[in-house]
Design a protein around this ligand. Structure first.
Ligand code: ADP
Ligand code: 5GP
Length: 208
């Protein structure tokens, strides 16, 4: 079976995008805790760390000058300006994780997802929906991390992001957390069963 110990399998790229406050980080942390071979692409960002965030864990926090240097050196597989800050994916870090045989999970916005599809020509692109705009606002406020200005920007952007949901392969609604987690887990497991992830299986079975 795919995923059997001792069999190599090509790493999966899983991209999760959603309006800010929908629950991406919550679901991603849970999936990573359950599946150790699933690595997280730690992005670069010019935004300030939130309370509790650690440099190198949630993000690599950099100044604008460093971000531009990385971008100009072609170190970013994709980058975008989101809610007034810059965010980008480290190309060498992703390549290293794939070479180690890991699966890689990305928490990036819609613009970045489009660029990644071009850069890697593979991957499962998942759009996570909040159950409603009303609930989204409650969650963002409840998280207590945003100023009124940042909150308004994130809610305005949410509408534009939802309008682009059609780009994605999978749609999951994060209403009940347990049910959304089951859906995400199913997508991850199904992706590992793709024939493109299991090259050499036919030969292996025939040879033994
Ligand atoms: P994102 O990473 O998409 O910005 P977070 O994971 O930080 O979102 O979640 C935003 C807030 O909503 C957090 O306070 C989180 O605990 C809460 N949350 C996430 N999923 C649910 C859910 N299904 N039901 C209720 N609250 C949720
Ligand atoms: P936050 O500031 O709430 O952590 O993230 C804001 C938005 O930036 C989210 O939509 C998140 O998915 C997106 N984001 C985080 N890292 C990246 C990245 O490397 N590239 C792109 N394009 N978006 C990112």
């Amino acid at each position: 079976m795919a995923g059997e110990p001792g069999r190599s399998r090509q790493g999966i790229l899983m991209v999760i995008s959603a309006p800010s406050g929908t629950g991406k980080s919550t679901l991603i942390n849970r999936l990573r805790a359950e599946f150790p071979r699933l690595a997280f692409s730690v992005s670069y960002t010019t935004r300030a760390p939130r309370a509790g965030e650690q440099n190198g864990r949630e993000y690599h926090f950099v100044d604008m000058e460093t971000f531009i240097r990385l971008r100009d050196a072609d170190e970013l597989a994709e980058w975008a300006e989101v809610h007034g800050n810059f965010y980008g994916t480290s190309r060498p870090a992703v390549q290293a994780m794939l070479e180690q045989g890991l699966d890689v999970l990305f928490d990036i916005d819609v613009q970045g997802s489009r660029q990644l599809r071009q850069a890697f020509a593979q991957g499962a692109f998942i759009f996570l929906f909040p159950p409603s705009m009303r609930v989204l606002e409650q969650r963002l406020r409840g998280r207590g991390t945003e100023t009124e200005e940042s909150l308004a920007k994130r809610l305005a952007n949410a509408r534009r992001e939802l309008e682009q949901a059609d780009f994605f392969d999978y749609w999951i609604v994060n209403n009940d957390l347990e049910s959304a987690y089951r859906d995400l887990r199913s997508v991850y497991q199904a992706e590992g069963l793709r024939k493109s992830c299991n090259a050499g299986l036919v030969e292996q079975v025939l040879a033994n």
